[in-house]
Ligand binder design. Structure first.
Ligand SMILES: Nc1nc2c(ncn2[C@@H]2O[C@H](COP(=O)(O)OP(=O)(O)O)[C@@H](O)[C@H]2O)c(=O)[nH]1
Ligand SMILES: [Mg+2]
Length: 689
């Protein structure tokens, strides 16, 4: 079917785990004629949860994309790209990247459990990203569903701009339109009342429409004027429409599809994408882009898939222009253009070859090695330096040091880890050169466990894993002077250098500054870099406990040299030792990484979990019955990373396996004195001259 930019809708399904996103995705594909029958999560037959590990676990770990071609309003075609996202915060890397590729986020809420912490978190992330938001209340067939209560709760939580487009009727056996229609009764009272409310809300954004509406009532509103006001209200968050469905029985699903085609924004109607261009001075400026199919190509890769048959696929969203098979594509600021050759539309794990992707569409391209998550694809050097504003991903802190279980597989392991890291922006692989150790980091123990399962499943690799070293740092907490005179006589030529310097603490995150205040050539200019080099050596190797020193300023202010014996190497040594001397007087501190942790546990075990965290030097930031329906409470805490060893197992045993947690980097903080003593005593600096 031929479609244009105006016919496209990009919609991400987001929400708390278990709300029914994957089931709804399946039901939409069925209602849209893509699937003859809808699969089920329980039987492992859905398009979205098609990965063997997802099937085994019964929930989504990654995003899935599929499109539906559907007759929209007025006989126009409609091309809907739906993205199903995982709800668990452990897998929020891929979920957040999906939000950067769509105009509309549909937050799915369970009619039984109501608003949950995942609901609130994702509504917030979608708002931050400038997306149009809609809410789908799912499971209206559920025996405990209480649609009236859930709607009230949604309006209480997110504001009175949350208003239904349709209403459940006959106790969830059908839905009635309350936006275009005004007659009849529903499970939530007379349809006319809700109709009035949503119309009032929509016309509020448009003064002219408002006036006509007040004068002549609804008949004063031309359909186009109402449509435009509706889009504006969505864009501004002045309206968050609600639809009711049962993904399981299919009630309300065709209606939702119709709402998406008729009322969700097309790529020209959503808020403009946050594209940035370089301003020529190392900074960036906003780049206004229109979803114009005839413009230069600007597309952003928001997902990388390593397909066993096709190889590496870059899934991209086109913001401007049209990508054809023979379009030359530059990746970021690369010099050489690539020809796509083949373009694909996605349906879960399957790919269908397509001719082109117009502005606003989502498609995939294979066989371009340079493609990576967040790569910008463009067809002209004029767009060099353009980027999509980065998504604020959490910095992963749950680490494991890994090693191939059998010898000779190191190379294969490195490549496999590289591939996994490409697919998930919250999974990183680092090499700790000092101890020659490969460290993987993710958001939780579960996150990494799934990655290890993937290594086994997809690459046939077994690994040994253990906790990695803690990335301690050192700093100083006072200003102090340091001095060193280096003199060495070996046979004929000697070495001489003398350095006076001062160290000063910088605020946390201040890094390192080096200042030259030497007057009158006491240290000749050409030797200053040597002094800095020596200081940097000590910075790297550590001064008191063997960990890199940070957040210090070093001011070199005096010294002495010798016309013949002063050499670069002499000043390197003098600089290093003067620095160590200064640090030893500057009340040095060992810093440790502190993580922000969020743990979920059944209400009854909340106290035990809080206690277990407190015993690990945690500062509890807050606790709460997160969803208020007895399905779990949440604890937020700041905990030194070093104290978290074994916490996964402890949480599991305290909560009979029901507890979960995720963590991300928060900040560095001094260790308690007894820990510092231990770390300092345990360090043996390498013997040096
Ligand atoms: N009763 C009922 N159960 C549903 C409905 N939609 C989903 N479920 C069930 O809710 C559970 C979670 O569904 P799933 O689609 O995996 O949720 P997700 O985590 O949001 O993707 C599964 O057991 C589904 O069968 C519905 O409309 N009605
Ligand atoms: Mg799911």
């Amino acid at each position: 079917m031929h479609y244009t930019t105006r016919d496209i809708r990009n919609v991400a399904l987001a929400g708390h785990p278990g709300a029914g996103k994957t089931t709804l995705f399946e039901a939409l594909l069925h209602a849209g004629g893509v699937l003859a029958t809808a699969g089920s999560v329980e039987r492992g037959t859905t398009v979205s949860d098609s990965d063997p590990i997802e099937k085994a676990r019964g929930h989504s770990l990654d995003i899935a994309i599929a499109s539906i071609d559907h007759a929209g309003g007025d006989g126009r075609p409609c091309h809907l790209n739906f993205i199903d996202t995982p709800g668990y915060p452990d897998f929020r890397g891929p979920a957040l990247s999906a939000l950067s590729a769509v105009e509309t986020a549909v937050v799915v809420v369970d009619a039984d459990t109501g608003v949950e912490h995942g609901t609130v978190r994702l509504m917030e992330r979608a708002r931050e990203r400038g997306l149009c938001r809609a809410i789908v209340v799912n499971k209206i067939d559920h025996e405990h569903a209480d649609c009236g209560r859930v709607l009230a709760q949604l309006r209480e939580t997110f504001g009175p701009q949350v208003l239904p487009l349709n209403l459940p009727a006959d106790w969830g056996r059908r839905v009635v339109d309350c936006f275009s229609g005004a007659g009849g009764d529903s499970d939530l009272g007379p349809v006319a009342e809700w109709h009035q409310r949503i119309l009032d809300q929509v016309v509020e954004v448009d003064e002219a429409a408002m006036e006509r509406y007040l004068e002549r009532g609804e008949s004063g509103l031309a359909p186009e004027a109402l449509h435009d006001a509706f889009e504006q209200a969505l864009r501004e968050g002045h309206l968050v429409p609600v639809c009711f469905v049962s993904a399981r029985s299919g009630v309300g699903v065709p209606e939702l599809l119709r709402v998406a085609s008729r009322l969700f924004p097309d790529p020209t109607e959503g808020n403009p994408p946050p594209l940035l261009a370089s301003d020529g001075n190392g900074g960036t400026r906003p780049l206004p882009v229109r979803a114009d199919a005839d413009g230069h190509v600007i597309a952003d890769v928001f997902k990388v898939v390593n397909d066993p048959f096709i190889g590496k696929l870059g899934v991209f969203r086109v913001y401007q222009g049209t990508v054809r098979r023979d379009t030359p594509l530059y990746v970021d600021d690369g010099k050489r253009a690539h020809r796509a050759g083949h373009l694909f539309a996605l349906r879960g794990r399957e790919h269908v070859e397509v001719e082109q992707a117009v502005a606003g569409d989502i498609a995939a391209v294979g066989k371009i090695e340079e493609v990576h998550f967040d790569a910008l694809l463009h067809d002209s050097h004029e767009e060099d330096g353009v980027r999509l504003a980065p998504v604020a991903f959490p910095e992963p802190m749950f680490g494991l040091a890994v090693q191939a279980a059998s010898r000779g597989q190191e190379q294969k392991l490195a490549q496999a880890l590289q591939k996994l890291a490409e697919e998930d922006p919250a999974f990183v692989v680092a090499h700790d050169a000092e101890v020659n150790e490969t460290v993987i980091r993710g958001l939780s123990e579960l996150h990494l466990r799934v990655m290890l399962e993937r290594l086994r499943e997809r690459f046939g690799l077994q690994v040994q894993a253990r906790p990695p070293r803690i990335a301690y740092r050192e700093t100083v907490s006072a200003v102090a002077e340091g001095h060193h005179r280096h003199r060495k006589q070996t046979g004929g030529a000697g070495q001489f250098a003398e350095v006076f310097l001062r160290v000063e603490p910088l605020p946390r995150g201040g890094g390192f500054e080096f200042v030259d205040e030497v007057r009158g050539g006491a240290i000749p200019g050409q030797f200053i870099p040597a002094v800095e080099k020596g200081v940097r050596q000590a910075l790297q190797a550590g001064a008191v406990s063997g960990h890199p020193v940070q957040d210090v300023r070093v001011v070199v202010h005096d010294g002495r040299h010798h016309a013949v014996d002063s050499k670069e190497v002499a000043f390197v040594t003098a600089g290093r030792k003067a620095f160590l001397d200064a640090v030893s007087r500057a009340s040095p501190l060992v810093l440790e990484p502190v993580v922000a942790l969020e743990a979920w546990a059944p209400d009854a075990q909340l106290g035990d979990v809080t206690g277990a965290l407190a015993a690990r030097r945690a500062r509890i930031a807050g606790t709460g019955g997160a969803d208020g329906h007895g399905t779990g409470a949440v604890v937020r805490a700041e905990v030194p990373q070093a104290e978290l060893e074994g916490f996964a197992a402890e949480l599991k045993s305290l909560t009979a396996g029901k507890g979960r947690y995720v963590l991300e980097f928060s900040h560095y903080e001094p260790v308690p004195p007894h820990v510092q003593q231990k770390l300092v005593a345990g360090w043996k600096p390498k013997a040096e001259d």
